[in-house]
Design a protein around this ligand. Sequence first.
Ligand SMILES: C[S@@+](CC[C@H](N)C(=O)[O-])C[C@H]1O[C@@H](n2cnc3c(N)ncnc32)[C@H](O)[C@@H]1O
Length: 256
Amino acid sequence: MAQQNIYDNNDFFNNFMDIREDNLNFNDIIETPIILSMMPDLKGKRILDLGCGMGQHAKQYVRMGASYVLGIDISEKMLSFARENNSAENIEYRRLPFERIEEINKKFDVVTSSLAFDYVEDFYMLIKRIHNLLNEGGTLVFSMSHPLSTAYDGTYDRYTRLENGERIYANLRNYNKEGIRKIKWVVDDYELYHRKISTLINSMVKSGFNIEECQESKVPEDISKKYPERFGGVMHQPDFIFFRCKKQSSKRFREV
Ligand SMILES: C[S@@+](CC[C@H](N)C(=O)[O-])C[C@H]1O[C@@H](n2cnc3c(N)ncnc32)[C@H](O)[C@@H]1O
């Protein structure tokens, strides 16, 4: 399976860090409050954080009572940041791509991932492998870019705007055409995978998960009114989608 490690590219990493240091970044304003609200009780739980990046979520899960967190990521730069800034004695950071998580010889109560599954080519295979790593009754909670957003292929304007710049429609093309998208984001040739909502749902259901909750990104009204240029699009098109699902079956899936 193809793997991309753009976070170890110097330009990308530096630009990404600038975005994250901005107080109004989408991760802190939109993603983190929603995913934390969807977490089960983490007290005494063993957590696996896939694509842990800078480790701030791992640290938060320890604050919420997790007994152990394993954060994995493909990027050495992200992991170095995590080790320097978000360490704890019960957090372990390991360099490993999602495509090889079957090598982890541990079981977890909760597997989570924030905005990292956009980079996985074979989503169904990933979800099946996560199912195998969970204890019976364990929970998967994740966020990723919303399919209405990942459909964008860079060849048209994302929004139709009034002359004053106000966004009045989100534009959509080729939603039904799944696969890789190369767009300009942080760098010119950023790559991610677009999948339909039905593909996400069916991958969880076929793997033996029971979907308990789905959320789509939203912004508190006072914030979107105060910063219309930054958050004005969220009303028309959610940037992120979130799922919480529970492992239902002990059946082990064999690789084909
Ligand atoms: C948008 S960042 C999110 C980081 C972190 N979860 C957060 O919310 O701040 C995506 C992360 O996924 C990681 N990633 C991308 N492809 C990966 C792969 N194949 N295996 C493991 N990690 C990957 C990147 O290195 C990056 O740290």
